[in-house]
Ligand binder design. Structure first.
Ligand code: PMP
Length: 364
């Protein structure tokens, strides 16, 4: 007995973990600076930690009112109807819910290349096919409606990522509108704003509210520092609201995740600090790293370094874990998440040493 043919499914390649690398190098984890998974270097909001403690003794019951309260709180934040908010285990969970709600077998989705791997993975689980539109390194990964539309061939779902992973580029509201206007009535445009808080552009959520063909993804994993809890959401058009009950995995967003997210939403100072640090760090990296970098609106910076795998490996030996972008189809690049100010300065220092040592002509 075998699983079904999964040969078209590519495995998800996560950034490397601290424990894993510390064990491999035989050093203490505190010696490592982990900048490989776009996590929040400030940790979670203390209010979220307190909420987790407070509710820990109640995890014998399924999450019901916490889920309802979180949905209502998010709806209030964005001024949309509660039925438009699909709370999910991470934004990844929302990608699955939208796949379940939208895709029939043999439908197609259109995703950016390079881009976030899970769009295609989820589509394939749902027996859909995957087409891509290119974002070009030579254009600094700029995103235009024309790039998307010239690859568009009637796909059921079109993914836009803003800020884009791994480059950090954004797409304007005007371009999102143009894509949504030019695509078929049956095409849903999904704007992934997992890194939206860090961006200088406004959220596309008002478009999801005013139109019937735009949905927006958001997460608590990044600016809110709750990646380990797996909690995110999508905001869907009004007419899609009713589908949630038919497609969501029952109670997939856990009690502690919902409670922590509620507390995190109220801790504006924590989010502000997280965003301020990321904005500072991304310009510090762009200014100080001895390599070509791309303008980023996220909590990470993509850098063109020549041999990304070699740089990531040498960086790791110096205690800095960064993301080699081979799995994104960018073998010449690494992606560096923003750390605290101290971590970022130290990491850039060590990375510059690595880059100098790997430069052609440097002593081996
Ligand atoms: N979208 C993008 C562009 C991402 O980079 C990520 C996580 N790396 C996600 C969505 C999913 O985030 P999560 O499931 O943790 O909310």
């Amino acid at each position: 007995m075998d699983p079904r043919d999964l040969s078209h499914h590519s495995p998800y390649v996560p950034g490397r973990g601290v424990e894993e690398v510390a064990r491999e190098l035989g050093i203490d984890r505190s010696e490592l600076i982990k900048l490989s998974s776009n996590e929040n270097p400030h940790g979670p909001s203390p209010a979220a930690v307190e909420a987790i403690h407070e509710h820990a003794e109640r995890v014998n019951v399924y999450p019901k009112s916490s889920h309802t309260d979180l949905t209502a709180r998010i709806a209030e934040k964005w001024d949309v109807g509660a039925e438009q908010v699909w709370v999910s285990p991470g934004a990844d969970g929302s990608i699955d819910y939208l796949s379940r709600a939208a895709l029939e077998p043999d439908d197609r989705v259109l995703v950016p290349d390079p881009g976030f791997a899970y769009y295609a993975m989820s589509a394939r689980y749902h027996h859909a096919a995957v087409e891509t539109y290119p974002l070009s390194i030579e254009d600094g990964f700029t995103q235009t409606a024309e790039d998307v539309l010239s690859a568009y061939g009637g796909e059921r779902v079109v993914y836009l990522t803003s800020p884009h992973n791994p480059s950090g580029s954004v797409i304007s509201h005007e371009a999102i509108r143009t894509v949504a206007d030019a695509t078929a009535e049956s095409t849903l445009v999904v704007v992934d704003e997992a890194y939206g808080e860090f961006a200088e552009v406004e959220s596309a959520i008002p478009l999801a509210d005013e139109r019937d063909d735009v949905a927006v993804l958001r997460t608590f994993s990044k600016a809110y520092g709750l990646a380990g809890l797996r909690i995110g959401y999508s905001v869907v058009p009004e007419g899609w609201g009713e589908a949630y009950a038919r497609v969501n995995t029952p109670f997939a967003a856990s009690e502690l995740a919902c409670r922590a997210a509620l507390a995190a939403l109220d801790d504006e100072a924590h989010v502000r600090e997280s965003v301020d640090t990321a904005r500072w760090a991304r310009s510090y990296i762009a200014d100080e790293l001895d390599a070509e970098t791309f303008d980023s609106d996220g909590n990470f910076v993509l850098a063109r370094v020549g041999d990304g795998a070699a740089v990531a490996e040498a960086a790791q030996e110096r205690g800095v874990i960064i993301r080699d972008c081979g799995s994104f189809g960018l073998p010449e690049c690494v992606r560096i998440s923003t750390g605290t100010r101290e971590e970022t300065r130290e990491a850039v220092d060590r990375l510059n040493t690595v880059l100098a040592a790997l430069e052609p002509g440097a002593e081996a």
